[in-house]
Ligand binder design. Structure first.
Ligand code: ZN
Length: 306
């Protein structure tokens, strides 16, 4: 994958809360492995968001995101030459590419207008419309305030603890979260939520379908990413290789529910799956990539996910 160093990096799509967030407290140990993951999962369930690692619930959300960050230093950094070499500026470009894709793809595919969603960069802790969260929950989307949240140190977790070091993991993660934003815009997310309330015993199956669809949407973005531009005609990517796509697939394999359950020291319990197995996550990302068409991502169709 090669980013175009001439592409304008649009930081207005970001809310940089890294200097305002958290403080004190420390990172408190990332809860992957050693049973920490299960500790988080049993927290009280109030607000529900598309957590990347199957941790879907934050506590105490009131629907309003109160904080805003300060983009000044990010904007300065990302307008300098060679900005494209900086992790945060690269991630801004990934967000730019993903949203540029959906601006066209959403009306073309589903006849709906795309509404922009900011990505909040935070450090350690963040307060959101879905409640407060710490980095341990991984990236997530909050439907109550329509924002994607990520602590970029998550990529170190992906690389060092979950064994997915490839850089393409990063846009894959973001494209998955924006997939949840698409589901929110299309009403898929709300419909799933109502179905979960109607039939609580099938709630996890519904969640798996939602998550696999977000993976498929990430795949359809990946297929079309080289066509995205910065709004002034500069392509955002110079190239995306087969190796990059393989890194996306490898990442999907490392974050399947079965793989994470094994990694956290427990036995594999399909009834607790919320995001799908490694094989399913790969399959749906690949489907989106192979077709390049979000319409092919109907995980809710009868028999689509078994
Ligand atoms: Zn998700």
């Amino acid at each position: 994958m090669e980013l175009n160093e001439n592409a304008r990096i649009d930081t207005s799509q970001i809310d940089d809360q890294r200097s305002s967030g958290g403080g004190g407290g420390g990172i408190g140990g990332l809860p992957i492995g050693g049973g920490g993951l299960t500790g988080i999962i049993v927290t009280v369930l109030i607000a529900v968001v598309g957590g990347f690692l199957g941790i879907n619930n934050l506590t105490g959300g009131d629907g309003a995101s109160t904080q805003t960050g300060d983009n000044t230093s990010l904007t300065q950094k990302c307008t300098q030459s060679e900005a494209v070499k900086q992790l945060d500026c690269r991630n801004v470009l990934y967000v730019n590419s993903i949203q540029d894709y959906w601006v066209e793809a959403l009306p073309a595919t589903f006849g709906e207008q795309y509404k922009a969603s900011k990505t909040v960069l935070f450090s350690k802790r963040v307060s959101t419309g879905c409640g407060s969260a710490d980095s341990g929950v991984g990236p997530f989307y909050c439907p109550a305030d329509d924002r994607v949240y990520i602590d970029l140190t998550f990529y170190t977790v992906l690389s060092q603890q979950l064994g997915a070091p490839g850089e393409f993991a990063q846009p894959y993660v973001l494209a998955h979260e924006y997939g949840h934003h698409i589901q929110d815009l299309l009403g898929t997310e709300g419909a799933m939520r109502r179905e979960q309330e109607r039939n609580p015993t099938g709630a996890n199956e519904q969640s798996v379908k939602l998550e696999l669809q977000a993976d498929c949407y990430a795949g359809s973005w990946a297929k079309n990413a080289t066509g995205t531009d910065d709004g002034s005609g500069q392509k955002i990517f110079k190239s995306i290789s087969q190796e990059d796509i393989q890194q996306g697939l490898d990442t999907a394999a490392k974050i399947g529910d079965d793989t994470l359950q094994k990694k956290s020291g427990g036995s594999v319990n399909p009834a607790e799956f919320t995001h799908g197995t490694s094989a399913q996550r790969q399959e749906w990302f690949k489907r989106g990539f192979d077709t390049g068409d979000p319409k092919s991502c109907d995980t809710f169709a009868a028999g689509a996910v078994s």
